[in-house]
Design a protein around this ligand. Sequence first.
Ligand code: R2B
Ligand code: URA
Length: 309
Amino acid sequence: WDELHPGKPCPKNADGTIMLPNKHLAGLDVDILYHLGLDTKTYDLPAMFGDVKFVCMGGTKVRMREFAEYMREVLDLPNKGERLVNLTKHSQRYAMYKVGPVLSVSHGIGIPSMTTVLQEVIKLMSYAKAKDPIFFRIGTSGGLSIPAGSVVVSSFGLNGNLEQTYDIPILGKTRKLPALLDQRVYQEVHSLSSADDGFGTYIGGTMGADDFYRGQGRLDGPFCDYTEADKMAFLRSLTGMGVRNIEMEAPAFSAYTREAGIRACIVCITFLDRLQGDQVRCAAYRWRCFKVFNVLGMFGRWRVSCEFA
Ligand code: R2B
Ligand code: URA
């Protein structure tokens, strides 16, 4: 598939399982998912992960454990209160927890960290024969002209050059992979928000920068070679392009899930309005993050009633 249709979304198998486009994988007698600390020989991946429906990824290990615990409550799954096992414990790089149909995985900061674990989780879901899993990034971000604490459901990813592509050098040449997201999923997730939430949920583009400071037009990094007026003009131009928030993974997450033929969605909390400032104040972290989880909690119940009841 890759050679005939480079970068095009790969079709799924008829039963909804993921078809990996790379034909070289068929020649491996064991595939070691190095950063997950799992492999196809020692572990019965279909028994361990075959029932996964939602792969939820987010930056930190602690937040993804708390998310798994939260989903265990929301979905009313057994073993509440028991300590969850980090399924990637042999690798130590990331954290991965499974509660019922939900796999909660940390991905660290930025595109290289995120794509390393994302590609192994895509292979994991394929080897496990999980049917039609949907992938989410549940993240944090800076908002653009929306109140801090708002939620953004992404409609596309934008790279630091303001293109809707994930640009990656492959064999010495830059490839541009479309950073597109599944419209049905982002509209459905957005439709689950309500006026009673106590915060706004917006649909919009998400810029994924390769840097937290100058790459996001901040004035508070160790280096800054532009003026406040330049910063404001840049952020306003992003708003004009339909961009609602800035984080550090969206183009690659959109592009790789699309290339694998996987429906995906990015839901982020905004910690601040970037038109009002640059510093992220920690006091607001926890409860605002949990509001994102709340949106997904509703989504979890909805999917469960449709597909698992
Ligand atoms: C949001 O927050 C992190 C940086 O603080 C980064 O991973 C992102 O996308
Ligand atoms: N994460 C980012 O990448 N940027 C922000 O402004 C906040 C969180």
